[in-house]
Structures are given as C-alpha cells and as structure tokens.
Ligand binder design. Structure first.
Ligand SMILES: [Mn+2]
Length: 456
C-alpha cells in the first residue's frame, strides 16, 4: 500500500489529538516452544498508522501547536539474526521507507522516553494490553514529576488513543475497501473450491485445507481467523475449529473462513450439502436463514442502526423457527422473550476490517449507533440445531450460517461477497461439478491485483 496512506492516517490522528505524545506498541512475539514462535502479527492500530509490521516496534507521534514529529523505535539491522529469521527494515529503513522523522533502536525507548514526555500536557497510550510496559511508562512519568524544582514535569493526563483511532477505523477509506474487495475475492475462490471438492467420507480438515490452499496461492499469507469447517451437528458449535471429523453423506457442511490481505480481513460463511443436494428439510431450514440474510442485508443503509439490522434478520429467523416446528407462539412475543436463543445465540454480525471482529463502538450512550457510509459489517444469521434432547428430533444435526460482508454506501449497500452463490439452486448447480476441482487444480500464484505492490 502506498506510503501516503499511512502518512494521511497519522495526519488525521494528529489532527484529532490534543497537544501531547502518543505511543503505539507492537505485540510481543509469542513463543510456542524451544526456538519456535507462533506466527507473528503486529498490532492493527500500530500497523494502520505506520505500515510497519515487525515486532519490538514503538511508534511515537508528537504534537505541540503546529509542530509534529513522528518517531519509530525499531529493531536495528543485525546480519546474523537476519540470516536466521529474515530481513529487517532497521533504523535506516524506518527513515527511508516508512517516513519517520527520527528512528532509533527499540532498546533505547525507555532511555529516550523521559525527554519525549518532559513538559508534555498529556500522553496517549493504549492501556490494559501490556501492563509491564505500561508500568515502566508510569514510572518514567512519576520520575519526571520528582524533577519539579528543575522546572520539569511529566504529563498529567493519560488518554487511551483508541478513543480516536477506533472511530477512524470504523469508516473504511478507498484503500481499505480495495483490500477488502481483494480479500473477499480470494475467500470466494476458497469457498467455491470447497464446494467443488467436498465428497462424503472426506475429513473436515482436508476440506479446510482446500479452502486455505486457495487463500495461500492467491496471495493471502494467513487466515483472518481459524477456519471453521463443521459437518452435521458440529455446525451447532459456533466456533468449531477442531475440523477433524468425517463428513457423512447427508450432512450439511458449514464453513466460516476468511483470507487476510494486507492486514484486512474477509469473513464468509456458507452451508452446503456434502453430497451436493439439500434434503427437503435441510432446504426448508436453509431457505429461512437465507431469507434472514437477505432481509438483514436489505436493511443496511446509512442512517439505520445496527440494532434495526439485527431485528430485521432476527424476525425472519423466528418465523422460520415457528414454521420448522422448533418454537410455538407468536413471532413478536418469541422475539421479546428470547425464546429463540437455543437456536440463534449471537448477533446478526460485526464490524469488519483489519481485525475480523473489528474495533469500533456499536452503542453510544446506550443507543445503537447509526450506520454511515464506509462502514463494513458482516451479516451472518444462522440456525443451529444441536444434537441435544431439547432439539426437535428431525432437526438435530442441522447447523446453518450464511454470512456476507457488506459495505455501507452513500445510498445503501454493496455486498462485497456476492460473487459466491448462496441460493439453493446456485449452490446445487456449482456442486453438480463436484470433484471437478481436484482434476482442474493447476498452479496459479497469480495475485488478485496485477502487482502485489509494496506493503508500505
Ligand atoms: Mn463473522
């Protein structure tokens, strides 16, 4: 992504903050065992302001009147370490390629912090994330207050910068939307492959691997979250990630997966029959969920609220539960009493962006916030009939979720995932070619965008 995008975000953040110093920090590397680490992903807030994705990084933004300063603390170049684990930008790269006004070795951060904080009115620091780090920052502030007779003072106020940044992140810019479109296109390819690769007797894990195989070879280097591939009753576990059961003939298969691209996440769910054809009852249940998906998507537009979108989907789901015989009574009172909760226990969706469950408020002062152009929300109604005594017998083992990613536009909405079939006839048509994927698979290694582009 162009460097100017990150510079523009820093400019917007600096404009929104009051005079003071803002510090953003990368996540630590998480050891797995021995010399092995869990795959590293830096903090989304830090990345969105810097484009810098290495560990042991601190970004400092300083604002004093008209003066602005952008300082990066990074791991220095280290030929020996780089031989083992790969290239680093280093201090030179932080200045040259990432637009920092000043850059230092991250080991110097606490040596330089007192000077950065001296006589600054306030510090912006995300707290509650790395308490040892926050503790050291607090001690540096306290030490400065002890220098009052020399005319020195540290900031009196500490403000969480997420109060600014998360509002910014809620509204996606053109470059965010472009990345999301690509992440969705890659994810759609993964789902189509799964629908054309599945066959009864296969293991859920193998099918999940087909999805992720398509993600990888189409330029996504990691999943936005652990792939959920759940056959039959496993689909009633919302975040089922064991993916180790055999897919039986007659099962519905629920896949919920997303490719991450350039630190932006897609998130799609589809449910389809393992053998390519819905049974009559599966189809009936499925079409209620699809109707709820359509109703909630149709409700997405600027000015409406998250709560109204949820209600639009929920009402249809409850109608479905009555029709399917899972609930008895009037839809309105079933909604009010929450009687549907054994079968639909989550909200209609969530903000989507750099994080799959993206940041940003849903309610302000207790009121559901209105949707605005540039927000991206998932719409993911579901019905889950666990294999449990309380579930009507014939419905047991049916779990359905249909999830799309929806951009709020000037006048309405754009479904970023509409290239992926969800009508029964369209799914069955795609699956008529079942098994074709295995024969047709050829190397692609073609990124969605012609040029992968520099990531900063
Ligand atoms: Mn989701």
């Amino acid at each position: 992504m162009a460097r100017t995008v990150f510079a523009e975000r820093r400019r917007r953040f600096l404009n929104a903050m009051d005079d003071g110093v803002a510090v953003f920090k990368s996540w630590p590397v998480h050891p797995r065992n021995g010399d092995v680490e869990h795959p590293y992903r830096t903090d989304s807030d830090l990345f969105l302001l810097t484009g810098f994705d290495e560990p042991e990084t601190m970004a400092v933004l300083v604002k004093r009147g008209d003066q602005r300063n952008y300082i990066l603390f990074v791991r220095p170049r280290d030929p020996e370490m780089e031989t083992w684990v790969g290239k680093r930008a280093g201090i030179e790269g932080a200045l040259k390629d990432f637009g920092a006004d000043e850059a230092y070795d991250s080991a110097q951060f606490f040596d330089r912090l007192p000077a950065l904080l001296t006589n600054q009115p306030r510090l912006y620091l995300e707290f509650g994330l790395d308490t040892p780090f926050e503790g050291r920052v607090s001690l540096a502030i306290e030490a400065l207050k002890g220098e009052a007779r020399k005319g020195l003072c540290g900031p009196w106020q500490i403000i969480d910068p997420r109060s600014i940044l998360w509002d910014m992140r809620l509204i996606k810019g053109d470059e965010d939307v472009a990345l999301l479109e690509d992440a969705c296109a890659i994810t759609v390819a993964g789902f189509k492959a799964a629908m054309q690769a599945v066959t009864p007797g296969m293991n859920e894990g193998e099918l999940a691997a087909v999805v992720e195989f398509e993600f990888r070879r189409r330029g996504s280097h990691r999943v936005a979250f652990e792939t959920i591939c759940a056959a039959g009753a496993n689909a009633a576990t919302l975040h089922y990630i064991r993916n180790d059961a055999t897919i039986a003939d007659g099962d519905l298969v629920l896949i919920d997966a997303g490719a991450e691209l350039g630190m932006m996440s897609a998130d799609i769910s589809r449910t389809f029959p393992a053998n390519g054809v819905f049974s009559l009852l599966q189809r009936r249940a499925y079409e209620w969920v699809l109707k709820a998906n359509d109703a909630a998507i149709a409700a997405v537009k600027p000015g409406t609220t998250y709560a109204k979108v949820h209600e639009a989907g929920l009402k249809v789901l409850v109608e479905g539960l009555v029709d399917l015989g899972a609930l008895k009574g009037k839809v309105k009172s079933l909604v009010e009493t929450g009687a549907y909760r054994p079968y639909f226990m989550h909200r209609i969706g969530h903000w989507l962006g750099a994080d799959v469950h993206d940041v940003g408020p849903y309610f302000v002062d207790g009121a559901s916030i209105p949707l605005r152009q540039g927000m991206v929300i998932t719409i993911e109604p579901g019905l889950y009939f666990a294999d449990a005594p309380a579930t009507p017998k014939e419905l047991r083992g049916i779990g359905i979720r249909i999830e799309d990613d929806v951009l709020v536009t000037h006048k309405g909405r754009r479904v970023l995932t509409d290239a992926l079939p969800k009508a029964v006839a369209d799914i069955e048509a795609l699956m008529a070619d079942r098994g074709a994927w295995w024969k047709a698979v050829q190397p692609v290694t073609v990124p969605v965008r012609k040029k992968p582009g520099k990531k900063h």
